[in-house]
Design a protein around this ligand. Structure first.
Ligand code: ZN
Ligand code: ZN
Length: 208
């Protein structure tokens, strides 16, 4: 996802461009995923502000019944890409203005890929479901319980699958602290894991 912004950089602050995006985002964790949408580029004092409105089709499977899903993730963000050339002299700026900022390279190419990847990771569902109340598969006979019951009648199916799903998906963040002696209640770990991660804030900066 490379965009040549040399024309935009020659215009004044406030100049805009709009591009539609069709492509594929490839990451180690998720493989290739289809991407579409549009971006708006706004020339700023130090570079280009990108406003992205993208949809990403995420081939997934339901974490309970394993049915294939095509989940669409909406990825919206706003990021300023800083120029690495001084705009007046054409010289390479020695010190990046902000070491964490995305940059436009010395050939005026703006590469959106890494930014999209970061926001994509932040908006991923931990345990995608085909529907919120998916009943999953019978652990005994493997039948899809959404299609009706089976003959196993094997007790609290969901709990077993929730336990397995936690092992597979949650990686241990569900345990807040070990149970201290005497406290009643317990039961705090089950069913708490299924919320998606909070969306990343629109700017990565400004955390003091
Ligand atoms: Zn399902
Ligand atoms: Zn069964």
């Amino acid at each position: 996802m490379l965009f040549n912004v040399s024309g935009l950089m020659q215009e004044g602050i406030g100049a805009t461009r709009r591009h539609s995006v069709q492509g594929t985002l490839t990451s180690e964790e998720h493989g290739p995923e289809r991407l579409s949408g549009d971006i708006e580029l706004l020339r700023t004092k130090d570079g280009v502000l990108v406003r992205a409105h993208l949809n990403l089709v995420d081939p997934e499977t339901c974490s309970r019944c394993l049915k294939p899903l095509e989940e669409t993730l909406q990825i919206d963000f706003e990021e300023e890409f800083q120029a690495t050339l001084d705009l007046r002299s054409g010289q390479v700026v020695r010190e990046p203005l902000d070491p964490d900022a995305f940059t436009i390279d010395e050939h005026h190419m703006l590469d959106l890929t890494e930014a999209v990847r970061q926001y994509r990771e932040a908006s991923a569902e931990m345990q995608p479901l085909c529907k919120p109340d998916c009943r999953g598969l019978c652990p005994n006979c493997g039948r899809d319980l959404n299609a009706g019951g089976c003959d196993c009648n094997s007790g609290p199916v969901d709990n077993r699958w929730a336990g397995l799903a936690e092992l597979l998906g949650e990686g241990g963040e569900q345990k807040d602290r070990p149970p201290s002696g005497g406290a009643s209640g317990g039961g705090g770990t089950m069913g708490r894991g299924r919320r998606s991660r909070p969306k990343m804030a629109y700017s990565r900066r400004g955390k003091d």
